[in-house]
Design a binder for this molecule. Structure first.
Ligand code: CA
Ligand code: CA
Ligand code: CA
Length: 103
C-alpha cells in the first residue's frame, strides 16, 4: 500500500505543476502588451506607419485597445462604394451600359 500512496503524491504534484503552468499561459492574446492599450504602447499595431493616439486615426483615445481603422473608400479599392458610379469610377463600378427603354 505504500507504493500506491507514493503514486498518489506524484500524481498530485504533476497536477499542481500543470495547473500552475496553465495559469501562466492564460492571458493576453499574442502581440498585445498586457495592461497597455494599443493606442499607447509605442508600437504600430495595425501596420499603417502611424503610432498611437493621436497620430493614428484608428485611436479614438489613448485608452483605445485597437489602432485599426477602416480605410476610406476610394476609386480602385475593388468595390463600388461611397459616391462612386459607373461614370466616375469604372474600375470599381464597371462601365456604364446604355439602357434603352422598350416602351
Ligand atoms: Ca500602438
Ligand atoms: Ca497604426
Ligand atoms: Ca471603391
Amino acid at each position: 500500500m505504500k507504493k500506491l500512496d507514493k503514486n498518489i503524491v506524484l500524481v498530485g504534484l504533476v497536477l499542481a505543476v500543470i495547473l500552475l503552468v496553465g495559469q501562466g499561459c492564460v492571458g493576453e492574446a499574442k502581440g498585445a502588451v498586457p495592461g497597455k492599450p494599443a493606442c499607447k504602447d509605442g508600437k504600430d499595431n495595425d501596420g499603417d506607419r502611424l503610432i498611437d493616439y493621436p497620430a493614428d486615426p484608428g485611436c479614438s483615445s489613448a485608452e483605445d485597445r485597437d489602432e485599426y481603422n477602416a480605410p476610406a473608400a476610394y476609386c480602385g479599392d475593388g468595390s463600388c462604394n461611397g459616391a462612386e458610379t459607373c461614370s466616375n469610377c469604372q474600375i470599381d463600378c464597371g462601365t456604364c451600359t446604355n439602357q434603352t427603354n422598350s416602351t
